[in-house]
Each structure stands twice: as C-alpha cells, then as structure tokens.
Design a binder for this molecule. Structure first.
Ligand code: AHR
Length: 659
C-alpha cells in the first residue's frame, strides 16, 4: 500500500517539528539492547517452553503419585537407578483376567497432541525378576471423548532383562486433543515391570533437539531477535527460602538425575495457588545456553547472592534467613563454576568437561553474570552490598572479562533505589538491574527517566531487567499497556549510551496456570498468542538500528512532556540497511501532525511505515484470535528534508526511511 503523507497531513493543526539530525551519527546502540527475561513462573518451563508433556515423570513430587492415576496392582519403590531421583513404580499383573494394571498421567493441565503428529515416549524399565518379556501398552487417550475408543494413539514397549534400560517408542496421534492423558497398561497375564522417568515429547521440538523445547514457543523467542537472554529469573533465583533457591548445578547433567525443586511460585499468591508446581530442571542451564545460542542472544544468568527472598523472609535474625558472610564461599563458587561451565576448557575444568560431555565442547561465550535478584540493604545492615562486594572481588580475580550486574532492588525509585544506585557505582559493577512494574501514569511521566542519569566514565550501565505496564485497575495484557511501553521505550533508545539492555517481564504464561500478568506470550497446550506487548518488543528489537540519532522538538527530547501533546519519539540510524528509523508514539486521544525535519537529507526517499494500533484500548490478542492486533506495514515516499506525518490517536508508528 502506498500512502501520500502530505495528503494525510493538514487534517489536524500543524504544531510539532521533530528535528532529526541524520548527518551526525551518534553512539552505537548495544546489540544487547532489547532482550528477553525468562522465569519459571506461570508454568513457563515445565508445562510451557520445555517440551516434556509428563508431569512428575520421576515420581519425586512429595506426593509421589501427584499427576498420576495408578490402577491395579502397583508399588512405589525407592532404590532406582538415579540416586537423586530414587523413586520408581513397580507394576504387577492385576491377578484377574478382567482387571488391568497401569498408570495414567494428566500432564500439565492435560496433555495436548495434534492429529498426525509423532510423539516420542521413553521410559527406563526392567523386569526385576528377569523371568521374561513384559509388554507395556503406551497410549495417548482422550478421557472425555464421546467416541467409542479413548485411545487416540497407541504403541508398545517390550521390556526384557533385569537391568535398567531406556526404551523408546514413537506413536502417532489420530486426533487433535488439548487435554488428553498418557496411559500405560500391562497386557493381560503380565510379568512384573519397573518403570522410571516416564517421558513424552513431541518429535517435532525446536531444532529437533534432544530434551528439546516446544517449537511454537521457542519460535516466538527466535522471532523477537533478542539481544540478551536473562535466566532463570526473577524471584526464583532466591526461592521461597534458601532451600528452594535455583541451584544451577542441579539443572545440568543427565535429565534423569536432576533433582526436583519446589517452584517458588507454587504458593506465592494464595489466590493463585498451584500445589503441583515443581521444577524438574529439565530445562536447565545447558538447555538455556544452547537456546541462547540458537536464537542469537547473549546469555545473562543470574545467581543467588546468599540471600533468600527479602519479601518473604523477615530479617529478625540475619543468619536464619540469609547465608552468613563467612559461609558465602559455596555461593561464590557456584557463580565462578557457572562461568567455567559456560566458557571453560573441558581439559582443565570439570564443569567445562560436563558441558562438553553434554554435547557442547565449544564455549558458550558467556559475557555477563547477575548477582542477586531484587535484593536490598537494610537500614542498619548493608545485607546485600556486603555480600555483593565479596562476589565482585572473587569473580574479578579469576574472570575479569565477565561483566558483573548488580541491582537497585525491586523499586524504580524511592528509599531502596536511592540507597543502592550510588552504591552500585562505588562497588564498580558493570551494570545494575532495575525493575519497574508500574501503572500508565508512571509510564507516561517517565519519558525522560534516563536523560539525566549518571553516565560517563566509571558509571555502571543500566539493565532494565524487568518492566511492564500494569494498568491501573487493568492489570492484564491489553493494547494500551503495550502503547505505554512503546512510549517509554523511546527513552531507552534515546539513552542507549546509558541503557545497555532491557527485558520486558515476565515472558510466558499458561492460560490455565498463570500466577502473574501481564506477560509477553500466552499459550494453552496446543496454541499460543503473542501479546501486544510482545509486538512492541519485537518492533523495537527488529528496528533497533546500529547508532543513535538525535531527535528533538524545540531543542528538547520528545518524551510526553506537558507541551508535547502526548507524543514520544526517538530516532536511530541503521548502517547495515542505510535507514533512518524513527519511532513515534501518540499516547493521546487525538491525531497529531508532525513535521520530520530530516537534517542532512534531500529529495525523495523510499520508506516503510509500520503502524501498531487498536481502536479498542483494552483489546488484546487471544488464543482464538492470535492476529487480532498486529503491526501493519505500508510503503511510502518521504520528501526530505521536510516531511509532514500524521500519527493517529493511540498509535505507535515506526518509519524506516532509506537514506
Ligand atoms: O516477574 C515476576 C517477578 O517480579 C520476578 O520474579 C521478580 O524479580 C519481580 O518481583
């Protein structure tokens, strides 16, 4: 579609002139600028991105049959082949020709499967008596079908021998079912069999990886072209208490022997309580580094700093809730060993060797590490910074090449923030992590946040590590929240010399299992939709350019100030595509005209205009209408140096002008 901009102009009063100096290319936009934040909240890992379809596959949940229905004659045993997951199930013949023995797994809010697709079933098994073959039927069922048969896919494994072995069968689904089950059944007059680590993955996982990721969700990440990938959180780094903190060493090595962890989001909110929320660690640090590499993002792991979640653990006696300073070494070792796991030489370091053994002898080229999540200092006790200082000292000694990320705590401003921000500079961290889940007014009034930030030599850079607009009274995903984020992000872009990276949060949510919203990507067992906030992130990421350009109105940044009619704007240059890219957000309820004064350009220029708009402010994409609100692209010609544009009310525009 071709649009004649000058025709559109003139419909509203001409009041704004954006001076864009295209002849003076500014500093580089960091390649890490727009990234992703992953946390296993909202069933983001097990039940989400991680391709495993079986819940409690190793029978290690504290209620060992949670997620399972066992029927017939069965026993729970605890001397299995994997020392960190010792439980398994023994199935005996039902002892009557009309009865059955078996197991049925409910998956995560059901097991979803697609007609015609193949599913890989694997299990560790043996015949403990060694008295012959045991046939186990493997079925995908639809317990709520009105059809004659519940089985929608069927296969069989034949277990032979007393030794534990891994068995596999691939089964093809005859129907599409979103809330099915996996059923295992002994054939009649069966011998006894032991089953451990019962697993089911779609064959078609992302990149066909072993222990792989759900393809459609991983593709959403890839399509964001994230520059950086923060993992594993969030509060999950801290756990509910230290015992349930994320321990990366438990998340690597053979999946069968990764011990279970209670998910910190199991019971954070009593009004969204999920008693079956555990972490299998199947999506662990190896899978994370591999995924970062596949989607082209710099990995940014965050480790526990020896503190439990400060929201949930009152400091009456410091040693009761946090690790004493003289006991901190194992935590520091965890950070250093993680760097070795990612980058080390397999011939020299056992963690690096484990990485090589897992299939990646080459280093993952880790460059960043975050120490602590939302930590802070108490009035009379620098609980966080005294621990952080020890990490910094130790890491700098052995890995001066790694950039260390501190934090300014949970708030975007206020006492904790004011106290921590200067301390980050004193401690000489490379970056500090800021979080802001704030309402519309905050976003509308924060368009200049970074214009006057501490910058220059010796000042740490900013990692806006968690942010999202939480609409006042509308704390869910909708177009207006995404528009607020788009407006605010002009500030990130304009200040890319200060802000090195920014990650919207959280990333994923299962529609049946969420604890926190809004989120970037939603899904059920078979479908997904990318939210409006996702598309805003993508528009910035795909159009981040390579260098900053100055864009001002009356000599000031366009940042939604009182005399700026709700307009926000920023500009970059992309030396690869030779484009000037201008982002304009009209947050107001009237269309606004603006003249682009493209200093340094002359004549007609081919351009593209990407428009992101919804007439309905509280509208959002849904599982049924995943493409309801998506960016629309049109072509146009821009006249330089002076071109008038019209930005409709409540609209985000991206102009890509060939230089
Ligand atoms: O993103 C959800 C939570 O918000 C994170 O776990 C935490 O860091 C923040 O409070």
């Amino acid at each position: 579609m071709f649009a004649a901009l000058s025709v559109a102009a003139g419909m509203t009063a001409q009041t704004h002139v954006f001076d864009v100096n295209t002849s003076k290319v500014g500093g580089a936009i960091p390649s890490t600028m727009y990234g992703i934040f992953f946390e296993d909240i909202n069933y983001a890992a097990d039940g989400g991105l991680y391709g495993e379809l079986v819940k409690n596959r190793s029978f290690e949940f504290p209620q060992h049959f949670m997620g399972w229905k066992a029927f017939g004659k069965f026993e729970l045993k605890d001397d299995g082949p994997f020392d960190k997951n010792p439980h398994y199930v023994r199935l005996h013949d039902a002892g009557h020709s009309d009865k059955f023995t078996g197991l049925e797994n409910e998956g995560f809010f059901g097991i979803g499967y697609q007609k015609g697709a193949d599913y890989r079933f694997t299990v560790w098994a043996r015949n403990p008596n060694g008295d012959g073959d045991v046939k186990v039927r493997v079925m995908l069922c639809n317990p709520s079908t009105m059809g004659e048969r519940q089985q929608m896919a069927e296969g069989q494994i034949v277990v032979s021998g007393k030794e534990w072995k891994k068995y596999e069968v691939i089964i093809k689904a005859r129907e599409t079912v979103d809330k099915g089950t996996l059923r295992l059944m002994l054939t009649r007059n069966s011998k006894t069999v032991d089953l451990e680590h019962v697993s089911l993955f779609p064959v078609d996982v992302y990149k066909g990886d072993e222990n792989g990721m759900r393809k459609d969700l991983a593709e959403s990440l890839e399509q964001l072209h994230p520059g950086v990938f923060r993992f594993p959180g969030g509060c999950i780094v801290e756990g509910t208490d230290l015992a349930t903190r994320y321990q990366w060493k438990n998340s690597v090595g053979p999946v069968e022997n990764r011990p279970l962890n209670e998910n910190r989001w199991h019971y954070t909110f009593d009004y969204r309580f999920f008693p079956d929320y555990y972490q299998s660690y199947g999506l662990g640090f190896y899978e994370y580094f591999r995924l970062s590499e596949q989607i082209g993002a710099e990995p940014l792991p965050v480790v526990n700093c020896g503190m439990s979640c400060q929201y949930q653990n009152d400091i009456k006696n410091e040693a009761d809730v946090h690790v004493a300073l003289d006991q901190l070494q194992p935590y520091i070792d965890d950070a250093i060993d993680l760097i070795e796991f990612a980058n080390g030489d397999p011939a020299k370091n056992s963690w690096a060797k484990l990485r090589a053994d897992m299939g990646h002898p080459e280093p993952f080229n880790l460059k960043y590490i975050g120490i602590g999540n939302e930590q802070w200092d108490y009035k009379d006790n620098p609980a966080f910074t005294k621990r952080l200082a020890k990490f910094i000292e130790a890491i700098r000694k052995v890995h001066p090449e790694i950039k260390i990320i501190g934090t300014t705590g949970p708030d975007s401003e206020g006492e904790k923030f004011d106290q921590l921000q200067p301390k980050m500079a004193e401690l000489k961290v490379d970056l500090y992590d800021e979080h802001f889940y704030r309402n519309e007014q905050w976003f509308l009034h924060s368009g200049n946040r970074y214009d006057n930030y501490p910058r220059g030599k010796g000042q740490p850079k900013v990692f806006a590590g968690e942010y999202a607009c939480h609409g006042r009274g509308k704390k869910w995903n909708h177009f207006n929240a995404a528009l607020m984020e788009a407006a605010f992000m002009t500030d990130l872009e304009r200040n890319a010399d200060v802000v090195e990276m920014a990650t919207y949060a959280p990333l994923f949510a299962h529609v049946d299992g969420w604890q926190w919203r809004p989120d970037a990507i939603w899904y059920d067992n078979l479908r997904k939709f990318n939210s409006c906030s996702y598309y805003v992130q993508q528009l910035y990421s795909l159009n981040k350019g390579t260098n900053m350009l100055s864009l001002t109105m009356n000599g000031k940044p366009v940042a939604g100030n009182d005399d700026q009619d709700g307009l926000f704007a920023s500009a970059v240059y992309d030396k690869n595509s030779n484009e000037v890219i201008i982002k304009v957000v009209n947050t107001g309820d009237k269309p606004q005209d603006a003249t682009l004064n493209l200093k340094g350009m002359k004549g007609s220029h081919e351009a593209q205009l990407i428009t992101f708009h919804s007439d309905e402010l509280t509208a959002e994409n849904t599982l049924d209408e995943p493409q309801k609100i998506v960016p629309q692209t049109s072509s146009l010609t821009v006249e330089a140096p002076s071109q008038t544009i019209t930005v409709p009310a409540r609209t985000f525009h991206v102009y890509k002008i060939k230089k």
